[in-house]
Design a protein around this ligand. Sequence first.
Ligand code: HEC
Length: 169
Amino acid sequence: MLIAFLIFWILLGLGVFFVAMRGGARGARESLHTESRTGNRLITLGVVVLFAFGLAVPAIVLAFNGEHKAGVAVGGVKLNSEQQKGRELFAKSCAVCHTLAATRSVGRVGPNLDVRVGVDIATPSGRKALVESAIAEGRARGLGQMPALLYQGKEAQDVASFVAAVAGH
Ligand code: HEC
């Protein structure tokens, strides 16, 4: 992708260089008329290649932009559908108080979850369990207030699974 882009600009640069070497547009045109067939063929080929890249590069960009991005999170983490749901729920009810890089949230009421969950807790299951317990019980240990039961059941699970997957990335 990037390489195609670079080749396109390099060819364009070479074209400009060619014109400049022939003494500007007029000089280039004159020499085009007087030059050998091979020269003419080369130029036609150059124009065809330029057009091909001009079409190919935007086409590739369009094709890849159509790809579904909902499953992609920070650090190349792939989210399953529950975790994608969890991301939405986190943005709604948790991001106001917590910092988490994966949702670009910068809340400062509660602890930074990239640290408190992602760095402090070693295992994925431990991370999920901590988030589940925080949601179920709430927290008020002198560091501020976190209400209990912002989510319950499946929703709580989805949020916990999401945070466990992305915290610290
Ligand atoms: C009103 C602000 C607020 C909201 C909303 C909030 N939290 Fe908290 N959260 C806090 C505070 C404050 C603490 C630390 C409380 C303490 O330990 O005394 C905390 C602590 C935590 C902890 C660490 C628990 C521990 O034992 O260290 C986790 C995990 C957590 N929150 C996750 C969440 C999730 C997930 C949500 C969304 C469902 C959420 N929080 C919503 C304020 C909030």
